[in-house]
Design a protein around this ligand. Structure first.
Ligand SMILES: [Zn+2]
Length: 422
């Protein structure tokens, strides 16, 4: 049985669902996202796995384990995309999990724990305003009632979308509640340039960065662009620009953190009117929560400085705050050992060509950071060409996709053995 090229073929198949000239747009419970889950269910049935879904929209394909009544090892990612998504973010981790389970079948490998390939619902938050919607529900971070009350950006309520044509699969059993897993694994593209630049093909994730999102409103004073002297101005945009640049400098000085001002609204936004009001949003991240705190404090300091220097008024509102999540040490060690075996096997097959492996932190959020709050969790990365992600040109080489699936398969076995000793 040849399972080697399936990951590439299936990703190409999924990439057609929701494709348009800017990339892939596949929001949760749309017709194309529904079709992606339908394909996943088809692969699971063909391999003899048991299918279940839950009320958050998560879909599970279960390969039975040998041990009695053990909780499953859940392995997966998401099938939804941002509005200008690529073919690999999320989809690779779902298809990769399915291919890994098939490799266990092909190799006749028995695990003690059941292993579930899972498609977590709505990770990107691109239709309903909640990131990691399905994995957050599964981990109990958000109640199903709160999720059901969400309204999509198209005005459709979550419940209506879930119970409609693009929603839950009609022929799959609905699981009650959200059972706790034994462990959680996720295979994902890096979405950054670090591995490619270092010539590394596999990454073992050490931690997922914490994040804060802050909205700042700067109130200045409007006036005629031609008549108000420079000395008499309270320009809201000039103040906002100074704050943004000062924060960029602060992030560079601190190091091991990133800060972005990626959203800015100017009022009245007229060429010949001094800006009266500016609203901008700051996104700051680090695997070190203290650095995130210092960046957030920096926003307050810079706003206070502008109030004095430019006579503007600043209002600061924290929109979202999330602590950094460390990946489980035991799982990471088991994965490193499994990758050691993979490297040795590759050396035997290809002479001296060794595969480089590195520990890497994730600046992007992932479903695993939610599930990590209820079970030991770990992630494996493969490189992203040019570090590109959330764009149609996102790309990972087929040989890296294949290698990642083999790494995941071996890691599942290693984690099963580790947890079975306990
Ligand atoms: Zn993703």
């Amino acid at each position: 049985m040849i399972v080697g090229t399936q990951v590439v073929e299936r990703l190409a198949e999924l990439a057609k669902l929701g494709a348009y000239d800017q990339g892939i747009d596949r929001g949760l419970f749309t017709a194309t996202e529904h079709e992606a889950r339908r394909r996943f269910a088809g692969w699971a049935r063909a391999a003899g796995f048991d299918l279940e879904q839950d009320r958050a929209g998560n879909l599970f394909a279960r390969r039975r384990g040998g041990g009695d009544g053990r909780a499953p090892i859940v392995v997966g990612s998401h099938l939804d995309t941002v509005r200008t998504g690529g073919a690999y973010d999320g989809a690779y981790g779902v298809v990769g999990a399915m291919c890994a389970l098939e490799r266990l079948n092909a190799g006749g490998t028995q695990t003690e724990h059941p292993v579930e390939a899972v498609a977590w619902a709505g990770e990107e938050g691109s239709r309903f305003p909640m990131g990691c919607l399905g994995s957050g529900a599964y981990a109990g971070l958000n109640s199903i009632e709160a999720i059901e009350a969400l309204v999509g950006d198209d005005g459709v309520r979550f419940v209506a979308a879930r119970d409609g044509a693009g929603g839950l699969l009609p022929d799959v059993r609905v699981r009650e509640g959200f059972p706790r897993p034994a462990a959680c694994l996720e295979l994902h593209i890096e979405q950054g340039p670090i591995m490619e630049r270092a010539g590394v093909r596999l990454g073992v994730v050490s931690a997922i960065a914490g994040q804060v999102r802050v909205e700042v409103e700067v109130l200045g004073e409007s006036g005629h662009a031609g008549t108000v002297p420079m000395i008499a101005r309270h320009d809201a945009l000039a103040a906002a620009a100074e704050i943004a640049l000062a924060l960029e400098t602060l992030a560079r000085q601190l190091g091991e953190c990133v800060l972005t001002v990626g959203h800015l609204v100017v009022e009245p936004n007229q060429t010949n009117v001094i800006p009266a009001r500016v609203v901008f949003r700051v996104d700051a991240r680090s695997v070190d929560d203290e650095r995130v705190d210092r960046l957030e404090a920096g926003i307050r300091d810079e706003c206070a400085r502008m109030e004095i220097q430019r006579g503007v008024k600043c209002a600061i509102k924290t929109l979202e705050r999330r602590a950094a999540v460390s990946m489980d040490g035991g799982l990471r060690a088991a994965i490193q050992e499994a990758l050691g075996g993979l490297r040795a096997a590759q050396r035997d097959a290809h002479g001296n060509l060794d595969i480089k492996v590195m520990e890497i932190s994730s600046g992007a959020g992932h479903d695993t950071m939610c599930v990590a709050t209820i079970a030991p969790a770990a992630m494996i990365f493969v490189p992203s060409a040019g570090g590109r992600s959330h764009v149609g040109s996102e790309y990972t080489a087929p040989e890296d996709l294949e290698l990642g699936v083999e790494a995941l398969t071996r890691s599942i076995v290693a984690v099963d053995r580790l947890l079975s000793k306990k």
